[in-house]
Design a protein around this ligand. Sequence first.
Ligand code: CA
Length: 234
Amino acid sequence: MAATILVVEDEPAIQELISYSLRQAGHVVFCAENAEQAMAVVNDALPDLVLLDWMLPGMSGVEFARMLRHATRTKTIPIIMLTARAEESDKIAGLEIGADDYITKPFSPRELIARIKAVLRRRSPEVADDMIEIGGLRLDPATHRVTVNDQEVVLGPTEFRLLHFLMSHPERVHTRSQLLDGVWGDHVFVEDRTVDVHIRRLRKALETVAKDELIQTVRGSGYRLSAARNAGMG
Ligand code: CA
């Protein structure tokens, strides 16, 4: 699992230890010492997860978390709060502002990695490395292979990411702009019809294994991946 993680921590030794551990676990790490720097990183590109120290100079970690939760663009970023304070009331305050988890210092790198993995699996399944199988179609993020009964489906990198995203959130209807955010990244300016082009390529590839019907068009809304029969909406 390779996620992009923003570490907001003002103590250099702890920041270094955390970023070292995360890189060892295969993650891409950005560091910030305070909320202002962290905001600059977030404005540049949305990370998959934010590890946020409670006590920061200037704006506190809790205030920063609240800010992320209030902005449309950032409100769904998974947040794990780090704190030296073990009081139950703080934990409750942290979870109330919408943090996904809460880790008390000192913690072991192993515990940190496990908690990150659990939060990502729950909140952003497309970032996790889990094998997914729907309607006989199997996608392995670790090897980048898509197969049906051991027969391989050949996909371009964009079609692979698109399929991975759709299979990670099955049965849900995604608008073109949601797919652009989730698959292309939220700062990439491409037209909505780019999505249609790649959906068409993906269907064509899936046709070779008779699985193109998994990708359904929901008129006026967008696309959905479903193993249930398409009720004539395509
Ligand atoms: Ca601190």
